[in-house]
Design a protein around this ligand. Structure first.
Ligand SMILES: CCCCCCCC/C=C\CCCCCCCC(=O)SCCNC(=O)CCNC(=O)[C@H](O)C(C)(C)COP(=O)(O)OP(=O)(O)OC[C@H]1O[C@@H](n2cnc3c(N)ncnc32)[C@H](O)[C@@H]1OP(=O)(O)O
Length: 219
């Protein structure tokens, strides 16, 4: 396990492959001119995820989708031709292809994280494909949102890169689908390589879930 370098010294080139040293802090993401292929296909897949939950008998649309599906299959058989770099990282992490904040990952809503004072904050409304119990966001997705926002907060102060070591979620109430919720995270205290973190998901200002976690920088 390599020694993490301070976030402020992160390479600005965006050219090297991601490593454990390759951690970027909020605000250090480097937008770059890259192929829009990944972002557009991610948007298409997101749209499909919405559209597929209802049936559509439009024959012309079906033919367009068939032709695209064939071309995409061809593209996936030549993966070297496909970029996975995210030209618009929304988490502060360079080369973010995570399933929660990346514009190029169709599993991601994608949510954007910003800094407000000492906190990392994200406003998001999750559509149907993130449902767990009827009308509620899946608890694993709630944990995913909190992991990412607390992780952003853990990296926001120029401290070295750190991994989630422990994350405890308390689910107080339903997190609703299709309604704006706010995810917040912060550093409570730092002890050597350890960062103790907390945060919550807020629905109309009241917590639907609370998180406590420990992030540790590798030796
Ligand atoms: C460098 C990272 C950079 C990342 C960015 C890359 C760029 C990519 C770009 C975009 C990506 C966006 C990324 C989003 C990420 C979302 C979040 C995740 O999914 S993170 C993945 C899931 N988590 C893991 O994979 C961790 C797995 N665990 C580990 O690798 C190790 O456990 C590790 C490195 C975290 C710590 O290993 P040890 O061996 O160094 O640590 P020990 O010695 O066990 O503990 C350190 C100290 O902490 C105490 N400790 C341990 N547990 C404790 C506890 N529960 N409470 C209090 N203290 C505890 C221990 O007693 C020890 O203390 P004493 O130093 O001896 O004093």
């Amino acid at each position: 396990m390599g020694q993490p370098s301070p976030v402020a010294q992160d390479s600005p080139t965006g050219q090297d492959s991601p490593t454990e040293q390759d951690h970027a802090a909020a605000g250090h993401a480097e937008p770059a001119a890259r192929s829009p292929y990944a972002e557009h296909t991610a948007r298409l897949t997101r749209s499909l995820a919405h559209a597929l939950v209802s049936e559509n008998d439009d024959a012309e649309l079906a033919e367009t989708v068939r032709a695209l599906a064939t071309r995409l299959l061809d593209a996936s058989e030549a993966p070297a031709a496909v970029t996975v770099d995210d030209p618009h990282p929304r988490s502060g992490f360079r080369r973010d292809i995570t399933p929660i904040t990346s514009a190029v990952n169709p599993l991601a809503p994608p949510m954007a994280i910003r800094r407000e004072g000492d906190e990392s904050v994200s406003d998001v409304a999750l559509p149907l494909q993130y449902q767990g119990p009827p009308a509620r966001v899946h608890g694993g997705i709630v944990a995913l949102m909190l992991d990412q926002v607390l992780g952003n907060a853990a990296h926001s102060t120029g401290l070295p890169g750190a991994y989630t070591r422990e994350l405890t979620i308390t689910y107080d109430a339903a997190t609703p689908l299709d309604r704006p919720v706010q995810v917040v995270g912060r550093i409570d205290r730092v002890e050597g390589r350890k960062r103790f973190m907390s945060g919550e998901v807020l629905v109309d200002g009241a917590p639907s879930a609370r998180a406590h976690g420990l992030w540790i920088s590798p030796r």
